[in-house]
Design a protein around this ligand. Structure first.
Ligand code: NDP
Ligand code: KPL
Length: 320
């Protein structure tokens, strides 16, 4: 008997979700919930992926553009790749699907998994340190990556053996498709570690309209250190065990490795600003500022950059 292919639904498929759909389609039954323009282009000519995760052209993919889906279909995994600003809304829209599935967050920012936990019986948290972009509405490109994808049972590793088996099967599904996913025993720590990169890079690149590598400019050193120092203090207050000895050791890793790994590409917040979309600032720097207030920790750098991005969001029609 041929092995049963896992069934996967990707909720809020844009740059990240469509790319995962393309790679997973090799060994899984993949459906996506996406906007009409992507569904139309994919049905016409197939979903295509280029870049460091290989070349893929997929024709057998089901695209849904509303919750009006066949009743009674259960998915092994539902991977959420909508922006963090849309997590609650998309969970409400797809509440029926989420009731009978393992839900996975492949999103940036802090807090997504806490929302998803209210809807799904089991949540896998994930971090994605890969840069995705659109060539056209049906053709994605993966440009660069600083770290493999990581996944772990949320909120921690004290899970049942059944839950551990689900995580292993989820990771195996990716390795069959040639994508390395590392199992994390402390996914909260991974989410905060990944957020350090986004806190330091995303708003500055969006404000300066600069590719990630340009953030190595000496004039930005003090600001980036301020953003990182504050994030470390807030993480400590929250009981998060970051894998760097000090803020300075992370700042060196960022400067010497991560900025170069991404090079000339732009982060997702840059595209949000140029496309006049709401950004994820409140799940990143805004989250650090807000949580800092809870503990009486001053966060002038993160507060300032959050306010600046809010101003850009409000005045985008004038500025762009
Ligand atoms: N792009 C990148 O390189 C990286 C992104 N990430 C993170 O991954 C997540 C996804 O990012 P990305 O793929 O770039 O974002 P995109 O905006 O490209 O994709 C999200 C898609 O979900 C759609 N969507 C939102 N709500 C719904 C809904 N209710 N029904 C149907 N579709 C919906 C959005 O449509 P609409 O815009 O019309 O609302 C959009 O097309 C974010 O958290 C991001 O920070 C992480 C690493 C890298
Ligand atoms: C890792 C990085 C910086 C990749 O682009 C990202 O998370 C983003 O764009 O938001």
């Amino acid at each position: 008997m041929p092995e049963k292919r896992p069934s996967v639904l990707i909720l809020g498929a844009g740059a990240v979700g469509l790319s995962f759909a393309a790679v997973l389609s090799a060994h899984s039954e993949v459906s996506v919930v996406c906007r009409e323009k992507y569904a139309k282009a994919i049905y016409e000519k197939g979903l295509e992926l280029s870049g460091i995760w290989g070349e893929h052209l997929i024709r057998e993919i089901i695209c849904y553009t509303s919750p009006d889906m066949p009743a009674g279909k259960n998915y092994d995994y539902t991977i959420i790749t909508a922006k963090g600003t849309d997590t609650e809304n998309i969970c409400n829209e797809y509440v029926k699907v989420l009731r009978n599935t393992t839900a996975v967050s492949f999103q940036n920012g802090i807090g997504n998994e806490d929302i998803i936990q209210r809807y799904a019986p089991l949540v896998i948290g994930g971090t994605v340190s890969t840069n995705f972009g659109f060539i056209s509405d049906r053709h994605l490109i993966i440009n660069s990556q600083s770290d493999p994808v990581k996944a772990g049972i949320y909120p921690d590793s004290h899970c049942s053996s059944k839950e551990a088996d689900i995580l292993t099967s989820f990771i195996t599904m990716f390795s069959k498709c040639g994508i390395e996913v590392i199992e994390s025993k402390d996914i909260r720590s991974e989410i905060w570690s990944k957020s350090l990169l986004n806190v330091a890079v995303n708003p500055l690149a969006a404000i300066l309209k600069a590719p990630i590598k340009k953030l190595g400019d000496d004039d930005l050193k003090e600001t980036i250190s301020g953003l990182i120092n504050e994030t470390f203090l807030v993480a400590e207050a929250e009981g998060i065990d970051l894998p760097w000895e000090s803020p300075d050791s992370y700042a060196s890793y960022l400067r010497n490795y991560q900025l170069n790994a991404f090079g000339e590409v732009y982060p997702s917040m840059y595209y949000d600003i140029i496309n006049a979309k709401r950004t994820e600032i409140d799940l990143l720097n805004g989250y650090i500022a807000k949580t800092g207030r809870k503990y009486g920790i001053e966060t002038p750098y993160n507060t300032c950059i959050t306010n600046l991005i809010h101003c850009f969001e409000k005045s985008r029609r004038i500025l762009f």
